[in-house]
Design a protein around this ligand. Sequence first.
Ligand code: TNX
Length: 633
Amino acid sequence: MTTMTIRQLKSISVVLVTFLTQTTQAQIIPSPVKAEYGKGIFLISNTTSIGIPSKQPALAKTADYLATRLQTVRGFKPAIVESLQAPIQFILNAKADSRLGAEGYTLNVTPNNITVQANSPAGIFYGVQTMLQLLPKEIEGKTTRSVSWHIPVVTIIDYPRFAWRGIMLDVSRHFFPKEYVKNYIDQLARYKFNRLHWHLTDDNGWRVEIKSLPKLTEVGAWSVPRTGTFGMNEAPQPGEAATYGGFYTQEDIKEIVQYAKDRYIEILPEVDIPGHSMAAIAAYPELAVTKDPNTKVNPGSNFSKWFGQGKFEMYIDNTLNPTDEKVYQFLDKVFTEVATLFPFEYIHMGGDECYKGYWERDANVQTFMKKNNLKNGEELQSYFSKRVAKIITAKKKKVIGWDEILEGGVAPGVSVMSWRGTKGGIEASHLKHPVVMSPAPMYYLDMRQGDPSVEPPVYGDARLKDVYAFDPFPAEMDTTYVLGGQANLWTEQVPTTPQVEYMTYPRAFAVSETMWSKKNKKDWNGFVKRVEGHFERFDMAGINYARSIYDPIIKVTRPGEQLVIDITTEVDGLDIYYTLDNTIPNQHYPKYSAPVTLPKDVDMVRIITYRNGKPIGKLLSIKTEDLEKRVRK
Ligand code: TNX
């Protein structure tokens, strides 16, 4: 009897340990290059100290980062000791391990100790991130919890596929406060992102304090308040106060830059010129050819028309005058301060979607173009870009811009951020320009990730499954010139911080995996499991995310008279229930198994997904007239 119990207990504990290692080993995002799991666990106790080599302030910071995380959930801060034999030991390689490069690491966990080893402090930081992901999900919590704080025995060798792994955050269309930007940076660091591209200026707000040009933020950072649909809002009314917006003071920026640096994230500042400049023009109308003193910071009202194929018209002038010396003096002041504020080697000069109509209609601009032998608007923008590149280079910074800067020629050495598909990137790489890939729509975090009826009103789609499968580096690229890639969060339809997170996650997980993990190792079902593990972590951390992967995907056709709907899901193993009679479907209603032909008088289709008998996706309620509009020809 007693022996039976012991044997039983043993087998239970074996099952338990296997269970623990199995559930935890599947959780790392981005997936490491190589991980071999062993038997057993390392248990963190109150005597678990963190050892760092002496005179390594960067490692001391990372140790403190780890100790603070553990303190938050355990109520006890591990000691940080200058030692080479602590239970958790950081080791900087005296002689570089050539497999690891500048950001790689090895992580060795045995029942007795943990070593994180790397060629650089960045590598140690990433090893710590992996270690944190191997701890129970409660590590993400904000209060103490009594769970078993263990890490499975494992040997990991890991290093990134690309050196540039970024996210772009647009703070112009909507403003997000300093504390939130720090919070966002902290989230990105956990997924081994190392670049935050900060879109600081646009038509809807100038967000960086420039001391020599105070009106940029006194005037340019504020618009009239609107809560409607961005792009369709009411224009500013005469005498209406501009109360919405904000900006980062130079002190704020220094704080954010340091915060990011401590997490091995470089911040790429973008000043988007010569188009997208309405906020600057509202502050200094003389910067545009039209010099309209009534120009206001745009509150998301409509001022442009899009004709497709990249053709558009702007009804309000949002373009700097490339023929005016004063514009270059202005930009010199801007970039002098931007270059001092941001230590990163690059500055982004924008260059996208520049409307040339006001230039073309201006007699002085035409005279200037003739004199300088510039044949069209593209060549004039190219003239502008080259002069701006010179200004930025004079501040000892490298220049990067959106792929439009290639049009009409660009200065050698200038880097290109490819957004209009992958074409610009391929072309730039062959012209020997360094390239960062951020192609729309897959790497556009403002795109819909689920059904249009329950996602923000935007012009395209990027579902997690497609983003995950997508590799933005086509074989035709000259890879010598590829720096890496990033996903862009444009915020026209992202007014609040929960929405920033909803749009970022889980798609940023897919992006981080493509940028970091080995190519051709993708496995959708395995990825979904890990994503779900991180959903639980986000629940602990209080971070929002989209659960759109559980929503039904609807395809509508009309093979004959009537509409036919075909319903699928991104995630395997979901049950789909639907109704056609305006009742709310659940597991008692018809289960979808094959395409449904809609009877003629149906006016509403409602669909919901279940997993294991519980609702999991959003309830979709779509009017037949809306389904009609979706018919695939
Ligand atoms: C295009 S991408 C833009 C942005 C918009 C975005 C919306 C790029 C360089 N320009 O101004 O916010 O589309 O998806």
